[in-house]
Design a protein around this ligand. Sequence first.
Ligand code: PMP
Length: 352
Amino acid sequence: MSRFLHPSLRSLTPYVPGEQPKAAGLIKLNTNEAPFSPPPAVREAVTSAAGRLRLYPDPESTALREALGEKLGVPRESLLMTNGSDELLYYAFLAYARNGVAFPDVTYGFYQVLADLLDCPTRILPLRQDLTVDADAFCAAPEMAVITNPNAPTGLSLPLRQIERIVRSAPDRLVLIDEAYVDFGGESAVGLTQSCDNLIVARTFSKSRALAGGRLGFGVANEAVIRELTAIKNAINPYNVNALTQAAGLACLAEDAYFTEACAALAALRDKTADTLRAMGCAVTESKANFLFVEAPGVPGETLFRRLREQNILTRYFNQPRTKDRIRVTVGTPEQMDLFIKEVGRIMEVAK
Ligand code: PMP
């Protein structure tokens, strides 16, 4: 450590992203990327935008917000585009979480990292025994609430009426719903943002729009909140969404039917894979996301993760008391899922 670092950052524990391997031949089921590519029109839009790289991008992502607002049924003043939804989460924590923030014990690890970075007091509200979010506990918590829905890594989804109950239970307390995985079968709370001014919804193009490499996310909220978050964005990174990504995002929005179909096919493969694994004796949560949370009987999560890695199949293992028996596996192509199932079966056989 250098002697220049500010004392508040000396014990910083950064988020550890899933491995991004350089080696060829690995089956990458560890970071919930889409197994399908964006359609050709998206590549064409990026190529065309590359001709204007000399210029700064539109700092307000105006065309993108206009098109997205139309799609979601909200005014563009209710939208802030960001460099992945992680950037939106950072701004929201910076603006609203420093008096306190509540989130589940098993959820997206970035929340704790942000809370530590920004010195936010945290209240951890454990998931219930069945790994569902404890809506009553969130209704009672006075701090800003942060809920991933569907949750990660469980994949379990909280019904919209429960989200609405939490939001309306305390109108002076902000609720942030992270809908990174909502397009694979969850219920979106975006519609509520127009009647509830204490709600922020975070979304991303990284998963269901196959644009993880482009880094495009956004926040939906009432206009006052978006104005505040936009001011913060303009104080930190005014040109936060680059020109190529704005073009890619706009092209994605014009290809909605393609993505809706791709997400539906993925959800069907997810459910089929879950059924097969259950028939083999595995415990698999009822995922509404693009991943499964899997426990193989007699095989600790870390062992399963390592044995799969030896077979070039990358998954994710979270070494915490409530997650250590399981791995999270991204739903890939049908061929990748067949291979995954076969290897899990083999590993279970050896462990007998
Ligand atoms: N929220 C959740 C729950 C996630 O799993 C992720 C992906 N790591 C993100 C937000 C951030 O995604 P991105 O920054 O790519 O939009």
